[in-house]
Design a protein around this ligand. Structure first.
Ligand code: PAF
Length: 283
């Protein structure tokens, strides 16, 4: 049976004890409202590690002032019911005041990400990646695991975490796992539940835009044309598009240099903001 832990010190002690006993520890950070995407991360962690910790913490510092922090779904009992049969060792559910003893904004120590955190989502959601990196660093300290598992759907977030690990010389392995999709291709997201049935139907334009990008990329169509085609497909379905770009998959810079490219899109349908991406390869 999974142990639910609220106290950060207890959480850290449990992991250090497991490590001392020779166990490999995996860590899946989440904000709860778990879906199959999260559960696939837990599965990967279970495959690779002896014991797995999952954190459920809606992190206030990564939400902008007009974003959905208050409305963000909180359903701890349902989350626990999903995690329990998966053989998770610990479910870490700290309070905001324990993670942010000086408050989530203003007076507390924060990470300035720079680099990959200043582009795309970083421009549209100022402070978002600072909040993500700050909470992730705290969580990595409280759950000192060998490996951590993140979903490729939040591609830029994985690049920010990669940069954080390299820059601060953290000794944790980052494992990026494939995006899990609904039957029609829409990437699983806790925010999909905000969509009305009509918006849900139109939301699949995101997937069509990315598929088109891949097709055009393979036909060596110029990047600017691919980007405007993606934007058009989403706008036709009523999206207000924040960006639809093809960039280097590591730096996220719009470079023409060799190296893997990725198509990244973000847009709002009604009041719901969706993001998704697709790696562009020749196969
Ligand atoms: O991807 C998320 O759910 C969050 O950004 C994370 C990584 C749990 C940090 O709060």
């Amino acid at each position: 049976m999974a142990e639910t832990i609220r106290d950060p010190k207890t959480m850290r002690t449990r992991v250090l004890e497991a490590r001392a006993a020779g166990q490999r520890v995996g860590f899946v950070p989440t904000m709860g409202a778990l879906h199959s995407g999260h559960l696939s991360l837990v599965e990967k962690a279970k495959e690779a590690c002896d014991v797995v910790a999952v954190s459920v913490f809606v992190n206030p510092s990564q939400f902008g002032p007009h974003e959905d922090y208050e409305q963000y779904p909180r359903m701890l009992e349902a989350d626990k019911a999903l995690l329990e049969p998966m053989g998770v060792q610990w479910i870490f559910t700290p309070d905001v005041k324990d993670i942010y003893p000086y408050g989530p904004s203003g007076n507390s120590t924060t990470i300035v990400v720079g680099g990959v955190g200043d582009l795309l989502e970083g421009l549209i959601r100022p402070g978002h990646f600072s909040g993500v990196a700050t909470v992730i660093l705290k969580l990595f300290h409280l759950v000192p695991a060998h490996s951590t598992f993140f979903g490729a759907k939040d591609w830029q977030q994985t690049r920010v975490v990669h940069q954080l690990i390299e820059d601060l010389h953290l000794s944790i392995e980052l494992v990026v796992c494939p995006t899990i999709r609904e039957a029609d291709g829409l990437a699983m997201s806790s925010r999909n539940r905000y969509l009305s049935p009509d918006e849900r139907r139109r939301a699949v334009a995101v997937v069509r835009a990315l598929k088109k990008a891949k097709e055009l990329w393979q036909a060596t169509v110029p990047l600017a044309e691919i980007e405007s085609e993606m934007r058009k497909i989403m706008e036709e379905q009523g999206f207000s598009v924040d960006y639809a770009v093809v960039v280097d998959s590591e730096s996220l810079e719009p470079t023409l240099c060799a190296g893997e490219k990725i198509a990244l899109v973000a847009g709002r349908i009604g009041t719901t903001r969706l993001i998704d991406n697709c790696l562009l390869s020749q196969d």
